[in-house]
Design a protein around this ligand. Structure first.
Ligand code: SF4
Length: 300
């Protein structure tokens, strides 16, 4: 079925405005958590680093510019209602939105073609924007998350399959090994996403989806929630501090998402988000009205 040009134009305009806003404004939950973390710091440079972050965000807002030079690789997580009327136009709209936001925001050109090793110059490439699709029954809305996957905050990412005997301790050990080796690259304080599943690719994907969950939320399973708290407490004792320059707290939170595993495997994935966690979520209705639920009060 051919795409409807008018719909693609309208949807991509709205989504590119949403992306531009996300590039220069942190979601409400992240701002709140950074403010709380600032208050805990009493020694060294830590409080000053938070003040610099705050000033940075104010300048991004007043100058209408992205809040970090690395505007990441564009990733979308689309929860599409089975009754959403623009399904046929959605992928084209997301690609068009990236092209528009790259010019309007502006977004740094970050899509480098693998093997041929050239920068495409517009953030469009092979499987980029990355789009994760979910079909939602009994809904006529689109719930869309946009995530700017920066280089530094993607560096600690990993996935591996453990022997079940290594247990949940083995998962925690893998997280701490990785965060104490590469965590400083991810411009702390970090939000840590952990996926647990039966195979590496599912665990990796769930670890990224965990970063979409609000900071301060907890897994519904009490044991998983306890693991989130224990790992957060542990990561907050390693002393990385804001910007990796030392401090009492290094971790905004730990979010775990899980899928049932195979009896013989215990796979884990790790994704990290930096202090500039540019994750945005919007619900778009069939009449193009929207709820920008991660950034309350923002109008596009
Ligand atoms: S880790 Fe985050 S804040 Fe640091 S350079 Fe990358 S995108 Fe920017």
């Amino acid at each position: 079925m051919p795409q409807d040009k008018e719909t693609v134009e309208r949807l991509s305009d709205l989504i590119s405005s949403f992306m531009c806003h996300a590039s220069g404004h942190l979601p409400d939950d992240v701002t709140k958590r950074l403010n709380e973390m600032r208050e805990v710091e009493t020694e060294g440079f830590a409080r000053q680093i938070y003040d610099v972050m705050d000033e940075n965000m104010k300048l991004a807002d007043s100058l209408k510019r992205p809040s970090c030079q690395d505007t990441g690789l564009p990733q979308f997580f689309a929860r599409v209602g089975a009754g959403f009327p623009y399904q046929n136009d959605l992928e084209a709209s997301l690609v068009e939105a990236v092209k528009k936001a790259t010019v309007r925001a502006p977004l740094r050109h970050n899509a480098v073609e693998v093997f041929d090793e050239y920068n495409t110059g517009n953030n469009i490439g092979h499987h980029i924007p990355w789009i994760d699709w979910e079909l939602v029954p009994d809904s006529d809305e689109l719930e869309l998350y946009f995530y700017m996957a920066g280089g530094g905050c993607s560096l600690p990412g990993m996935a591996k399959v453990l022997m079940p005997l290594e247990g949940y301790d083995g998962i925690a050990k893998a997280v701490f090994d990785q965060m104490t080796s590469y965590g400083v690259n991810a411009c702390p304080p970090c939000l840590v996403g952990i996926g647990i599943a039966g195979s590496a690719e599912v665990a990796a994907k769930l670890s990224k989806k965990a970063l979409l969950r609000p900071v301060g939320s907890h897994n519904e399973n009490p044991k998983a929630a306890q693991m989130e708290t224990l790992i957060e407490e542990g990561l907050n004792s390693i002393g990385l501090g804001p910007g990796g320059l030392g401090g009492k707290l290094s971790c905004m939170g730990v979010n775990i998402e899980q899928a049932s595993r195979h009896p013989a495997t215990l796979a884990m994935g790790l994704s990290t988000a930096c202090w500039a966690h540019r994750r945005a979520g919007i619900r778009i209705k069939p009449d193009f009205s929207y709820d920008f639920f991660t950034h309350k009060g923002a109008s596009l």
